[in-house]
Design a protein around this ligand. Structure first.
Ligand code: SAM
Length: 482
């Protein structure tokens, strides 16, 4: 089927900017099959280890330690898009150039990091991995349905120290200048997505470029206000349009005397093998072009708020509308479950809280922030009353993805990737479970997938309905360039 053509005005602009030969190369690159990138989840292993264990040919991504470009088959597909390790969150399928943004942000363990336009979570999962078990990721998206996808992807990945919120980002002003680093991966005119997305080609116009630049200006202003003195802002887009990109950075610097552009070369922080941006802000900006390296088109700039950095610290819990400290009965049920099934005491460094129904493990740093309306930490499960009136703990699916933080002595059902029970489990079917009484984690080649509850030789499937695979092949989840 033929694709909509590249917008003529876009091509004319690129001819003026980079000359005919380079613009022809760009146009040709935008007609090729997109690259497929894989970013490894460090809770499972390094990218080489993951690709080698699966037998997938992979080329390192120069600007991202955790990333690789996968060689597609002749039909343009790849087994990584349908492998159960994807469902297990062992990796995230992400455009290779998009993997350059978080290394530029450079989040460090213990810091508070805000991702202001975070769905579906490509960069948020990357930040979560870099923060480790310390620190806090606050991931926000304006569009509620997209925030749902963000929650699913963070749960799949395993992010015990994340807060997710949704809606008008201006509501985040209540947080004040709390963050060490803020990422604005802004809604944009999408020229860098022309290879992957017909819709991006059809929607593009100069009017849209200008409208996106205006929205981005508001977002970066908000981001600056939420930064601590000394904090780092990374502004990124997936477009080449200079009215967005460089134009937004230049206008920000004119409006905000408290913000400085970083010199990436002097600071040794320019990602390897990507180009500088254009014009007077080139020293603080990076551009990824699809005709010059792996991946789609991206742009990023790194700025710093003036002033002396202040340390992040856990403060006394603040009461919130949604969470309160867990009651003694919930805590006792959770502790019994943790000892019996997980073989370990509760999460270190986090506090137990309840929303009235579920028990949550909330990162200590989150308690110092106004959490109303946000989803903070990991849902551990809920206390349910069984048919005999006994109060028992029912674990939440998300708990299976933070188990390395909880201990390794959990009850498990270990399956190989080729075992037909893996596909049956992912379809939501019960499994035979001779000798299994109570909760166990189903693992595929050692990586947790979800809960099974054994009784009388039969294992009840607790894989969430919304994540189950249908009868057809699974979609290319998250392979959308973010
Ligand atoms: N960072 C994401 C990732 O890596 O997966 C991709 C973010 S995408 C480029 C931009 C996001 O901005 C979208 O998820 C969209 O819902 C959100 N958005 C759309 N309009 C917005 C607005 N007016 N203000 C803030 N965010 C907006």
């Amino acid at each position: 089927m033929s694709r909509p053509p590249l917008p003529a005005a876009f091509l004319a602009r690129e001819r003026l900017r980079q000359g005919d030969a380079a613009a022809d190369d760009l146009a040709a690159a935008l007609e090729r099959t997109p690259d497929l990138g894989l970013r490894a989840n460090p809770r499972v292993g390094g990218v080489r280890e993951i690709a080698e264990r699966r037998g997938w040919a992979a080329q390192a991504v120069p600007w991202c330690l955790e990333g690789a470009t996968l060689a597609r088959t002749a039909r343009g597909t790849h087994p990584a898009t349908r492998h159960p390790w994807h469902d297990a969150g062992a990796y995230y399928l992400q455009d290779p150039s998009a993997m350059g943004v978080v290394p530029l942000l450079d989040p460090r363990p213990g810091e508070l990091v805000l991702d202001l336009a975070a769905a579906p979570g490509g960069k948020a999962t990357h930040v979560a991995a870099r923060l480790g078990v310390d620190g806090l990721l606050w991931a926000h998206d304006a569009v509620p349905a997209r925030a749902e996808a963000l929650v699913r992807n963070l749960e799949r990945w395993g992010a015990p120290h994340a807060v997710v919120s949704r809606g008008d980002p201006r509501h985040l002003r209540r947080l004040g200048p709390a963050f060490d680093r803020v990422l604005v991966d802004a809604p944009c005119s999408g020229e860098g997505m022309f290879r992957k997305s017909d819709a991006a080609r059809e929607r593009w116009s100069l009017h849209r470029v200008r409208a996106c630049a205006a929205v981005q200006g508001h977002l970066v202003d908000l981001a600056c206000d939420l930064l601590k003195p000394g904090g780092v802002l990374v502004y990124a887009t997936c477009t080449f349009a200079p009215e967005e990109d460089e134009g937004v950075v230049e206008a920000l610097l004119r409006r905000r005397p408290d913000m400085d552009l970083e010199d990436l070369a002097a600071g040794g922080i320019r990602p390897l093998a990507s180009d500088a941006g254009d014009g007077p802000v080139a020293q603080g900006t990076v551009r990824w072009w699809p005709h010059r390296g792996p991946g789609e088109g991206h742009f990023a700039a790194r700025l710093r708020r003036r002033g002396e950095p202040t340390a992040s610290s856990a403060r006394a819990p603040r009461p919130t509308a949604t969470l309160r400290p867990a009651d003694a009965g919930q805590v006792a049920a959770w502790r019994a479950f943790a000892t019996e099934t997980l073989g370990t005491p509760p999460l270190p460094g986090q506090r137990l809280a309840t929303d009235g129904e579920r028990l949550w493990s909330v990162p200590s740093l989150a308690w110092s922030l106004p959490l109303a309306g946000a989803r903070a930490g990991v849902p551990l499960g809920r206390v349910a009353t069984d048919r005999l009136g006994r109060r028992r703990f029912e674990p939440h699916h998300a708990l299976t993805r933070v188990l390395p933080d909880l201990g390794r002595s959990c009850a498990t059902l270990d399956l190989d990737e080729d075992d037909p029970r893996v596909a049956a489990y992912l379809r939501g079917e019960p499994l035979p479970a001779p000798g299994m009484e109570g909760w166990a984690v189903v693992r595929v080649d050692g990586v947790p997938l979800g809960w099974l509850k054994g009784h009388g030789g039969h294992g009840n499937n607790h894989y969430p309905r919304g994540l189950r695979r249908g009868p057809g092949p699974p979609p290319e989840l998250d392979a959308n360039g973010s």
